[in-house]
Design a protein around this ligand. Structure first.
Ligand code: TGC
Ligand code: FAD
Length: 403
């Protein structure tokens, strides 16, 4: 006997897509205040930054002063610091702001990281009360720009090999040396410069315009083009006794600042990845290949699924580290886990998204190759992947393998 035929059901229409960040419902782990801060930064980024960023990148020029004032106006410069005109938010909110800025461009997040987590943090943590009063409120407002000079032409991963010196001459200090790859350098009003002294590594505040100090810009970059990168040249730069940061002695001074900036990158890199993935999903849904939408093919869906999984895992990791930081227990090794993983995955996502966009993916019409190129810098600065692997290796084995 023939079984009755079931009525033919119509082909289901595609269901409403889920945003990759909503797959794991991570938003539910944020407080209302964190979500509000994120929304504010995202709105400003979409209104003031995103429409211009491709042009800035193409020209290799940004209106740094104007941007600093805009970002200072939103309150993101040194936003996780207390007092001195800083917003005093928690670390997760700061991370989310970095994420939204890096969703536009890593170079813009860099401006904020260097200002808030490196230059301002160094003054806030190690400076005298006078230094804090002089610099921090105007840096928080974006009226002054700061930079952080640690790396040298022959000392990057190994800052302990720095050659820049500061020697006493009466009560003055005299600085000589060259710093390299310094974000915000040519536009900075104040440079935090780390130098070797008789007493170990010390930090100095060098105001722009000090005789003997110059900051030539580094051009012809293929990455982080929407960011100012410079050399700092110090030729017999004479500074008064009170230019030294009293609270920092030894390499732990600058390395303590790096923890702050690396933390911002743990979140920030996910912003670049999110922007790439959103672009690729939207492109794949619209693009027709072999008579069907690119999004309907299993190979494409495999790519999108894998990338969404990494994005979700990265976000959970960032949030966990943020909660540890706010509880005051975050260790440098944990920051290394976050920086290593999230930047490595973000650059893999950016490159994979580029394949989905085909030839369109190589243009500035779409953000993906711009993000991928930027992430090459992010992979290198604030400790290369290799350095962070070695930090984790040391924590696991007790053996340092740096030297
Ligand atoms: P080591 O002997 O291990 O340590 C020397 C002293 O520093 C202390 N220390 C730390 N303190 C705070 N935070 C950390 N993460 C620290 N790591 C080490 C350590 O306890 C010791 O203190 P003390 O009191 O005993 O003297 O130092 P090492 O010479 O073996 O180097 C270790 C290594 C390789 C991990 C470190 O040098 C390193 O992190 N290298 C990478 C350099 C780096 O990341 N440079 C970044 C420059 S700034 C930048 O890139 C800005 S990019 C722009 C943007 O952010 O957008
Ligand atoms: P190197 O240290 O020469 O490393 C070269 C390669 O060797 C890397 O792959 C590295 O991982 C590997 N390596 C190093 N040591 C080991 C080891 N022990 N074992 C195995 N492999 C190893 N610096 C600042 O101070 N302030 C800034 O504002 C700043 N902004 C930057 C902006 C941009 C766009 C860029 C690209 C860099 C910036 N930097 C800044 C510099 C950055 O921090 C350094 O580039 C970084 O620390 C690496 O140093 P390096 O380039 O000299 O590479």
């Amino acid at each position: 006997m023939n079984s009755p035929k079931s009525p033919k059901s119509p082909k289901p229409s595609p269901s409403a897509p889920v945003h990759p960040f909503d797959l794991l419902a991570v938003d539910g782990l944020l407080t209302d205040e964190e979500r509000e801060i994120r929304a504010t930064v995202r709105a400003v980024a979409d209104r003031e930054l995103r429409p211009h960023v491709a042009e800035w990148f193409e020209k290799g020029e940004i209106p740094a002063r104007e941007l600093a004032r805009t970002l200072g106006g939103v309150g993101v410069l040194g936003m996780h610091l207390e007092g001195y005109g800083c917003a005093g938010t928690n670390s997760v909110a700061y991370g989310l702001a970095c994420l939204e800025l890096e969703a536009v461009d890593s170079g813009l997040r860099s401006l904020v990281s260097v200002q808030g987590s490196l230059a301002m943090y160094a003054i806030w943590k190690y400076g005298s009360e006078e230094q804090k009063q002089r610099w921090l409120p105007r840096m928080a407002a974006g009226e002054y720009i700061g930079c952080f000079g640690l790396t040298e032409p022959d000392a990057g991963s190994d800052p302990g090999a720095m050659r820049t010196t500061a020697r006493r001459d009466g009560s003055d200090w005299v600085l000589n040396g060259t710093k390299m790859w310094i974000t915000n350098g040519s536009v900075a009003d104040v440079a935090v410069v780390w130098a070797r002294t008789e007493d170990g590594v010390r930090g100095f505040l060098v105001p722009a315009g000090t005789p003997g100090f110059s900051a030539p810009e580094i051009r012809m970059k293929l990455s982080l083009r929407a960011s100012v990168t410079s050399e700092l040249v110090l030729e017999d730069v004479r500074l008064p006794a009170d230019a030294v940061l009293p609270g920092a002695r030894g390499l732990s001074g600058p390395l303590g600042c790096l923890n702050e900036a690396r933390f911002g990158i743990v979140f920030g890199a996910l912003g670049a990845a999110r922007d790439c993935l959103e672009t690729a999903i939207s492109y794949a849904r619209d693009r027709v290949v072999f008579a069907r939408s690119l999004a309907s093919y299993q190979l494409t869906q495999q790519k999108l699924a894998d990338m969404s999984v990494e994005l979700g895992k990265g976000m959970l990791l960032a949030l966990h580290l943020g909660r540890l930081k706010d509880a005051g227990t975050l260790t440098p090794e944990q920051v290394s886990v976050g920086k290593l993983n999230n930047v490595r995955e973000a650059i893999a996502v950016a490159r994979e998204c580029r394949t989905i966009l085909g030839a369109n993916g190589i243009t500035l019409e779409y953000p993906v190759l711009r993000h991928a190129n930027n992430l090459e810098s992010v992979l290198t600065y604030e400790g290369t992947s290799e350095v962070h692997s070695l930090v984790i290796g040391k924590a696991l084995t007790g053996e340092q393998a740096f030297r």
